[in-house]
Design a protein around this ligand. Structure first.
Ligand SMILES: [Zn+2]
Length: 317
């Protein structure tokens, strides 16, 4: 089985490979993992393995069936989603339910990929359950979800649960390097850390910029000992919600910590970190990092936004 771009997750791969080779496949799989953990990539690879013509190495990646699946052109690999609505409407699932009894067009199996399992409401889940109770032998459902708990226990008990894991530094960095050849090692490592080891969010961070503009403005103002710039970064936050402020505080604190690490020579600094290094002593960086941490803790424990931002205006000098 060729897992293609699906990286890491070695134990899970071995387990799937073994069962597919023995032809012991289930009618339902739950692919559980955060957004960007590779669930869609894995689902396509599994669909290819289910349709593959090569019985000794199902999911060979090169036979016509595999190629059709991977190009998303196989008539028997069907995506069940409702792009119009936040919740997948029950009608969409019912359509799949009537379609499932029509035999596969050309494939060995009929594979239904449900990309937003977490957005199946109770009626949709009950409709799905009706299929899973007595599926035709050729039907396989691949349900992607951010959490298995979002699905009924009666669905979970009929499914093989596959939990996707974050990647290690060694697994992810070469791939990130390949996709972002212009970025420095530090930027790649930092994006991966920010994304907690998941490739999708790491790529997003690298594409959209690692740090929020407000965090950069705050850190640069602090680095330049420019009280006005610090206030200009902080004051507009009073109008924001705590969920919007928390990442700004967290990222600013991380910039300060990166400057401390760069001071110790353990990382190569970017522009903002260099400014912090030039403008501030280690003790000042440490103290500001602690101030930001306290502010973030206060926000999380429901201290008012105004009081927290006001406190920062006084303390971050
Ligand atoms: Zn194949």
């Amino acid at each position: 089985m060729d897992f293609g771009a699906f990286l890491g997750n070695d134990a899970l791969k071995r387990r799937l490979q073994e069962s597919f080779r023995q032809g012991k496949t289930s009618h339902c799989y739950l692919l559980c993992g955060v957004e960007g953990s590779g669930r869609r990539t894995l689902a396509l690879q599994m669909a290819a393995a289910l349709e593959c013509k090569d019985e000794r190495n199902p999911g060979c990646g090169v036979c016509p069936a595999c190629r059709k699946v991977l190009a998303k052109q196989h008539p028997d690999v069907i995506t069940v989603d409702d792009t119009e609505h936040k919740n997948v409407a029950v009608d969409i699932v019912r359509q799949a339910r009537s379609d499932v009894f029509i035999r596969p067009n050309e494939g060995r199996k009929k594979v239904y990929i449900i990309p937003r399992g977490q957005d199946l409401g109770a009626p949709s889940q009950n409709a799905l359950l009706k299929i899973l109770e007595e599926p035709p032998e050729y039907a396989v459902f691949l349900i992607l979800t951010t959490s298995a708990e979002r699905l009924l226990p009666t669905i979970r008990s009929r499914a093989v649960q596959l939990q996707l894991s974050p990647l290690s530094y060694e697994q992810a960095i070469p791939e990130l390097k390949r996709r972002f050849p212009d970025k420095s090692d530090l930027e790649l490592a930092d994006a991966l850390e920010q994304a907690e080891g998941y490739l999708g969010p790491a790529c997003e961070a690298l594409r959209d910029g690692l740090f929020l503009p407000q965090a950069l403005a705050l850190a640069n103002g602090f680095a330049a000992r420019d009280g006005l710039a610090v206030l200009q970064a902080l004051v507009p936050m009073e109008k924001n919600k705590r969920e919007q402020i928390l990442p700004v505080l967290e990222q600013t604190r991380r910039l300060l910590c990166m400057a401390l690490r760069a001071r110790a020579g353990s990382i190569v600094p970017g522009d903002t970190v260099q400014a912090l290094l030039r403008g501030r002593t280690g003790a000042e960086l440490l103290q500001a990092a602690e101030t930001l941490q306290t502010a973030a803790d206060d926000l999380s424990s429901n201290v008012g936004v105004g009081a927290v931002v006001g406190g920062l205006c006084v303390q971050l000098k």
